[in-house]
Write a protein that binds this ligand. Structure first.
Ligand SMILES: Cc1cc2nc3c(=O)[nH]c(=O)nc-3n(C[C@H](O)[C@H](O)[C@H](O)COP(=O)(O)OP(=O)(O)OC[C@H]3O[C@@H](n4cnc5c(N)ncnc54)[C@H](O)[C@@H]3O)c2cc1C
Length: 311
């Protein structure tokens, strides 16, 4: 469903899940089972990531097709423009329009891992789009061509970073870039995962001041393990964990089960606060695991049907 229709008719904040494509047959079978388990929560959509520089192009497209053909879920493919020529972009858009995809998450992406300088100075020779806003404009031109069966074309989602994106340390300038991206034709935003709701509330208020009025879906990650927590902190612009969470985890000691329980309680408390404060939607980073998300939803006590129902 075109996301604008969903927001127009939704009885509450949207619930959605992110998955990433896997490499082996065995992992793929497991992922399909995980998606089926999480389908029971009736998400409004599930989003499917695209590897850096298009490295999972085929795997992402295969997963999108699998979800479309074998489930009742609405798949929203991520699409990154780094390392893509105009014809690469158009071919992906034609493919998704052809199989009835209504929504796309348009991203810049990061340089592929085999790029000589992974973090900086990626050779943009191939790239027709430098920034996600260029990709958004490109998708809107595709939409205007009337190729998509929906006369509005694809609904377009985009990323945002409540704690800031490392490439733009000046947060005022970063907000200008985000506003320009939204004005280029973005229908909804999805945040990077965050663990301190104050950061999100402040970000949303700053977006409002900047005149950004599209729905902002809050990215929530119920941490499955200490190893994942460390890994996320190592990413460029990695996660910042608030003292309250770190204190609770410290009390839990080295017990992995206690870690998971505390992380789920934290994620559930974040969701409860977001729902109380009128969030547009909650987007779970599942890391391809159903258990932490289902337990978070159970801890919240909310029945879901594409939307959260606040008990
Ligand atoms: C919800 C979500 C999903 C993601 N999914 C994927 C995925 O599937 N695959 C993947 O590879 N990565 C993914 N990422 C990571 C993302 O691609 C990277 O974080 C990337 O560095 C930023 O992408 P963006 O779309 O926000 O880029 P942009 O909007 O282009 O922003 C990137 C940086 O450029 C700056 N900028 C924007 N416009 C300009 C301008 N005109 N001039 C100068 N600077 C400018 C911005 O301020 C920002 O610092 C995801 C991130 C999020 C939050």
């Amino acid at each position: 469903m075109h996301i604008r229709d969903h927001f127009a008719h939704a009885a509450g904040p949207t619930l959605s899940f992110e998955f990433f494509p896997t490499k082996t047959d065995e992992a793929r079978t497991k992922l399909h089972a995980t998606i089926n388990e999480l389908a029971s929560a009736r998400p409004a959509f599930i989003s499917l990531t695209y590897g850096a520089g298009g490295s999972t192009r085929d795997a992402t497209q295969a997963l999108v097709k699998h979800v479309k053909e074998n489930t009742t879920l609405d798949p929203v493919p991520h699409f990154t423009c780094v390392n893509h020529r105009e014809e690469d972009i158009d071919s992906v858009l034609h493919h998704y329009a052809g199989i009835g995809i209504d929504n796309i998450l348009a991203l810049r992406g990061d340089a592929p891992r085999d790029c000589p300088d992974h973090d900086h100075d990626h050779d943009h020779g191939l790239d027709v789009c430098r920034h996600a806003s260029d990709l958004v404009r490109h998708i809107q031109r595709f939409n205007a061509s009337g190729t998509h069966r929906d006369r509005r074309g694809f609904a377009v989602g985009a990323a945002c970073f409540p704690e800031g994106h490392p490439a733009t340390p000046n947060r005022l300038v970063e907000m200008d870039h985000l506003k320009a991206k939204v004005d280029a034709g973005v229908d909804f935003l999805v945040t990077q995962a965050f663990f301190d709701n104050h950061v999100f509330h402040d970000f949303r208020a700053r977006c409002d001041l900047a005149g950004i009025r599209v729905p902002i879906l809050a990215g929530i990650l119920p941490l499955p393990s200490r190893a994942t927590m460390l890994k996320m902190a190592e990413l460029a612009g990695g996660m910042r964990y608030p003292a309250a969470l770190l204190r609770a985890l410290k009390r839990g000691g080295d017990n992995p089960e206690a870690f998971r329980r505390i992380a789920i309680q934290h994620a559930a408390a974040q969701c409860a606060d977001l729902l109380e404060n009128g969030v547009d939607g909650v987007h779970f980073y599942t890391l391809n695991q159903s258990d932490p998300v289902l337990k978070t939803l159970a801890a919240l006590g909310s029945a879901t049907q594409g939307v959260f129902r606040i008990p």
